[in-house]
Design a protein around this ligand. Structure first.
Ligand code: ADP
Ligand code: MN
Ligand code: MN
Ligand code: MN
Length: 337
C-alpha cells in the first residue's frame, strides 16, 4: 500500500528553534531515504545556495494518521559534503554519547508548556480583560474552573504512547493553562529525539483544538510561574552511589560551567530564573536535597537511598534538548570519568 512519511526537522529560527514538517508519499515497499528542503525559508541557507539535506535518524508510527503512515525525524546536513549543518545540534549529542556511552547516561525531560488562546493572545483560562484567581489550585487540579485544555493533553499522551515514545507522565502545572509531559528515562540522543517528536505531535494536535502551544519561558510576566524543561540525569555510577551524585553536582557548579550551561538552556533565562516561583536566580548556583529553590535538586528519595539521579531545574521550556543533554553528558561524565 502507498503510504505517507511525515519528515520532521529542526529549523534555524532564532532565538528558539522550531520543528518543521512536510509529507512524502511512498510506494509500497519503498523506504523513506535522504530528502531535502529549501533552507532559505527556514533560516538555514541563502537563496543562491538553498538546498539542505534531510537525513533520517529516527522513525516511528504516525499516531495521528494511523495505518501504515510513519513519522521520520531527520538531522540536517550540508549538500557539499554531507557534514552536519551548523544548526544541527544532534551531531554533538551523538558524539557525546559515543564518548561517554560506557557510563550509561540517561535522562528524563519535563517539558512544560502553555496553551495560548489565539483570540486573546493570553493563556487558556485567563479572561480577556483580567486575571484568574492567584496560583494555588491549578497544579494537578481537577475541575472545569481550574483546568483548561485537558482533551488535548489526553490526545497527546495517547499519541505519544501509540508512537512508541518514552513518555513517562503528564500533569497540569501551577499557572492556569500550563501543562507538562515527561520523556524518559532514556539515553542522551534518544531523549532529545523523542522530545522533538512529542513537541511536533503536541503542536500538530493543538491545530484541531483552536489553541496555540507556547514553549516561551515566561509567557505571563509578574506573579505567574514560568515554563521550564527540568532535566533529570544519571549515570550508572550515580544510580549506584551517592559520591557520584555529589561529584556531578559539584562539576555543574565549577568555575565558568554554570555560565556555559545557561547559554545553552534557552532564551529568556534571566526572566524565568528570578529566585521566585520555584527557581534559583540565574546568577547563583546551588544544589540541595528536595530544594525547589536550588539550581539542582537532589530528590529526597535519592538522598534516602543514597543513589539515583539529579534534577537540573534551570533549562527553559524553549531550550533545544539536544544542546541541554549534550552539556550535561559532557560536564558530568567528564567529572566522573
Ligand atoms: P518532578 O517531581 O520534578 O515533577 P517528574 O516526575 O515530572 O519530576 O519527572 C521525573 C523524570 O525523571 C521522569 O521523566 C523520569 O523518567 C526521570 N527519571 C527517573 N529516574 C531517573 C534516573 N535514574 N535518571 C534520569 N532520569 C530519571
Ligand atoms: Mn514534573
Ligand atoms: Mn513541572
Ligand atoms: Mn521537576
Amino acid at each position: 500500500m502507498v503510504y505517507r512519511a511525515e519528515y520532521l526537522w529542526i529549523d534555524g529560527s532564532e532565538p528558539t528553534r522550531e520543528v518543521r514538517s512536510k509529507t512524502k508519499v511512498l510506494a509500497d515497499g519503498d523506504q523513506p531515504g535522504i530528502w531535502g528542503f529549501d533552507g532559505s525559508s527556514t533560516n538555514q541557507a541563502t537563496g543562491d545556495n538553498s538546498d539542505v539535506v534531510l537525513n533520517p535518524v529516527f522513525e516511528c508510527p504516525d499516531p495521528i494518521r494511523g495505518g501504515d503512515d510513519i513519522i521520520v525525524l531527520c538531522e540536517t546536513l550540508l549538500t557539499a559534503d554531507f557534514s552536519p549543518h551548523p544548526t544541527n545540534t544532534r551531531a554533538a549529542a551523538v558524539a557525546a554519547l559515543a564518548k561517554y556511552g560506557d557510563q550509561e547516561p540517561i535522562f528524563g525531560l519535563e517539558q512544560e508548556y502553555t496553551l495560548m488562546n489565539p483570540g486573546t493572545g493570553w493563556p487558556a483560562g485567563f479572561p480577556p480583560n483580567g486575571f484568574p484567581a492567584p496560583q494555588g489550585p491549578y497544579y494537578c487540579g481537577v475541575g472545569a474552573l481550574k483546568i483548561h485544555g485537558r482533551d488535548l493533553i489526553e490526545e497527546h499522551t495517547r499519541a505519544c504512547m501509540d508512537a512508541g515514545l518514552a513518555i513517562s507522565g503528564t500533569n497540569a502545572e501551577v499557572m492556569p493553562g500550563q501543562w507538562e509531559f515527561q520523556i524518559g528515562p532514556v539515553d542522551t540522543v534518544t531523549v532529545a529525539d523523542h522530545l522533538w517528536v512529542a513537541r511536533y505531535l503536541l503542536f500538530r494536535l493543538a491545530e484541531n483544538h483552536e489553541v496555540e502551544v507556547s514553549i516561551e519561558a515566561k509567557p505571563m510576566k509578574g506573579d505567574w510561574n514560568g515554563a521550564g524543561m527540568h532535566t533529570n540525569f544519571s549515570t550508572k555510577a550515580m544510580r549506584e552511589g551517592y559520591d557520584a551524585i555529589i561529584t556531578a553536582c559539584e562539576a555543574m557548579g565549577a568555575d565558568g560551567v554554570a555560565e556555559r550551561h545557561l547559554a545553552g538552556y534557552g532564551t529568556g533565562i534571566e526572566e524565568r530564573l528570578t529566585g521566585a516561583h520555584e527557581t534559583q536566580r540565574y546568577d547563583q548556583f546551588s544544589y540541595g536535597v528536595s530544594d525547589r529553590g536550588a539550581s539542582i535538586r537532589i530528590p529526597w528519595q535519592v538522598a534516602k537511598d543514597q543513589k539515583g539521579y539529579i534534577e537540573d531545574r534551570r533549562p527553559n521550556a524553549n531550550a533545544d534538548p539536544y544542546v541541554v543533554a549534550t552539556l550535561m553528558t559532557e560536564t558530568c561524565c567528564a567529572a566522573l570519568a
